[in-house]
Design a protein around this ligand. Structure first.
Ligand code: IPE
Ligand code: IPE
Ligand code: MG
Ligand code: MG
Length: 337
């Protein structure tokens, strides 16, 4: 594999978000990074190696960022634990997701699945999951643990739904959105809820857990739609993943659903026979793009970004905090990785 270089932050808005979040945000993110490293290093050589490699490969750390932004000025030790726990669940899911999707490349590097095999990847993911809940449990908040465990269960259901729909010629866009909600948006929602729980919560800003949760769910859906656009559009040097991984794997995403509505020949294309290698996947990506489906899918993602911003109308957030959250919402569909 000629692995593309690791991507930069990938999030165009990141600098503006950090500026809006102030020094507390940068400090919180640094503490999160240090804690993640400690966890990677403290559980034996082999597990540590796979976990630490996954960690060091980077990633946007978008979910910790969201935890801190939702916590606002109140960010304390509990918030750091929540940010660490959410990122660990995210990483666990990715390590397992690459087994399920048989994906060779992530964050510009070989996946644990590719470099060390299915067994090592399964165990590494399990390890990361268990550390996530240990971290959050230490805060003594059953509500926080429940929030994250609900999201993890939803994630598993979403991945099962994806397998059930693999190679199907008749996945509706409604069903696709339900899948995105389960496998991606619930964790974004949990990140926001956790921020609210450890931050202003109900006594500080009434309604904040529910409203910030709704905000997270909508940006999560937009994020996954755009991830699926990036899978088709590439380029791999920027996304850190091969183009057409979803197609090779039989995963039916919005770009293909929309392209099938526009190009009748695509309706009869059976991925199992038409896409058997990266070159064929590339060619099909081009055909999907030619129908204009990527533009329309991005438009669809933008409607969720708009809904996310509207959810913030319901609560009385400090202006800076709101501005930062809006920048993140815009950022989920203005990124390269
Ligand atoms: C990838 O998430 C998985 C999806 C939900 C699409 P990210 O794009 O946030 O992954 P990293 O952490 O930045 O690599
Ligand atoms: C997102 O799905 C992964 C999870 C939410 C578990 P994808 O399969 O689209 O994510 P990538 O493209 O591998 O990052
Ligand atoms: Mg995947
Ligand atoms: Mg993807």
């Amino acid at each position: 594999v000629s692995a593309p270089a690791p991507q930069a932050s990938g999030l165009a808005q990141l600098e503006a978000v950090l500026a809006a979040g102030g020094p507390r945000l940068s400090r919180g993110l640094s503490r999160t990074e240090r804690r993640l490293e400690e966890i990677g290093e403290s559980h034996g050589e082999e597990l540590g190696r796979h976990a630490a490699e996954t960690l060091r490969a980077g990633g946007k750390r978008l979910r910790p960022l969201i935890v801190f932004l939702c916590a606002g000025q109140a960010a304390d030790n509990g918030t750091v634990s929540a940010a660490v726990a959410v990122e660990l669940v995210h990483m666990a899911t990715l390590v397992h997701d690459d087994v399920l999707d048989r994906a060779p490349l992530r964050r510009g590097r070989e996946t644990v699945y590719k470099s060390a095999g299915r067994a090592a990847a399964t165990v590494t993911g399990d390890f990361l999951f268990s550390r996530a809940f240990a971290e959050l449990g230490a805060t003594g908040s059953p509500e926080a643990v429940r929030t994250l465990s609900d999201a993890s269960s939803a994630l598993a259901r979403g991945e099962l739904m994806q397998r059930a729909d693999a190679w199907s010629a008749s996945v509706s866009s409604e069903r696709y959105i339900s899948r995105c909600t389960l496998k991606t948006a619930r964790l974004f929602e949990a990140a926001c809820r956790l921020g609210a729980i450890f931050g202003p919560a109900e006594d500080g800003i009434p309604g904040s857990v529910e409203c910030l949760g709704a905000f997270g769910e909508k940006i999560g859906i937009a994020f996954q739609i755009f991830d699926d656009v990036l899978d088709v559009s590439g380029p791999p040097e920027r996304t850190g993943k091969h183009r057409g991984t979803d197609l090779l794997d039989g995963t039916i995403t919005l770009p293909l659903i929309l392209a099938r509505e526009r190009d009748p020949r695509l309706r009869d294309t059976d991925l199992r026979t038409a896409v058997t290698n990266p070159a064929e996947a590339d060619a099909l990506c081009d055909r999907i793009a030619d129908t204009g489906a990527l533009t329309d899918a991005r438009e669809e993602a933008l409607t969720y970004v708009q809904q996310a911003k509207s959810a913030l109308d319901e609560i009385d957030l400090p202006a800076r905090q709101r501005r930062a959250l809006e920048l993140v919402a815009d950022g989920v569909v203005e990124r390269y990785a």
